[in-house]
Design a protein around this ligand. Sequence first.
Ligand code: 6XA
Ligand code: ZN
Length: 343
Amino acid sequence: MKTVFSPLHAGHSGQMELVAGAIVPGFEKPSRAEIIKARIENQKLGEILAPEIHDLTAAKRVHTADYIDFLPTVWPQWEAAGKTGSAIPFAWPTRGLRGDVRPQTIEALLGYYSFDGGASFVKGTWDAIKSSYDVALTAAELIKAGERAAFALCRPPGHHAGAAFMGGYCFINNAAVAAQWFRDQGAKRVAVLDVDYHHGNGTQEIFYDRPDIQVINLHGDPLTEYPFFLGHADERGSSAGEGFNLNYPMPFGTSWEKWNEALEDACQKLAAYAPDVVVVSLGVDTFEKDPISHFKLTSADYPRIGARIAKLGLPTLFVMEGGYAVDEIGVNAVGVLTGFEGR
Ligand code: 6XA
Ligand code: ZN
């Protein structure tokens, strides 16, 4: 399987986040992607290609144009306002406030275009976001050109980003961009299978009223797990999209047996939908040693995930999402891909 990777991800580095009341270095750090890349080389998964450069048309098919146009301006605006640390949102137009009036300063705009303080900017962040988007589209193009599968080694990740907001380390929703791109290239139906530990709220929101893109999520129950405010089992899609969104929330401590039951059910529903292509939002933060998560999958489980997805017999684009146990992130992420290849 071919991988698409860009070194520009590394400029998104040194960003800070709030954990248990302290500002600490972000878990979503450059070594994640570098360790996965090294494991791909070590396992001889296949060629590693640089992305083609794309304009932002495909991003604006799933995000609002004003949101996408805002992203490259964040750091220049932040610097122009005399600020030097990470640009972290801190005020949001929640219930009772005006979310319909676009504010004018960078601090306010950061809150206007986010749902939490988890997606922050440093100097190299926009170039990394753009490279991650290019990586996803280039890998999607490989599938269109006839590859059975491809791996988009995206960083930053994307599945929390909605039509007009960032959050949870995510800015552009790479998996959603790719899914819509496949539709625009002639695929009749596309399925997005999100196996990251966290609910892909952004992907769900973007496609919620759509019957042509099935969205399936396996994740920590939002009653107790981030992103808390979406991802319940009764969210099944709206209007024409009714029945095309499927959520499998699971409790803290879930291990392979229960998780695999959900995967099996999800794969059966996916197969029944009969899409032309599958986009897998591949997070490995379901791992037992993940520092921010609470599932109990082991390294031996990841090849099994890949093998089950391969059994669907469909063109498959893997898009990297979360996973923060960096020592094992290469083994686990590439384990899914080698499992897919039957080795
Ligand atoms: C916020 C946790 C962000 C989770 C990001 C993630 N403290 N999403 O891995 O899949
Ligand atoms: Zn995650």
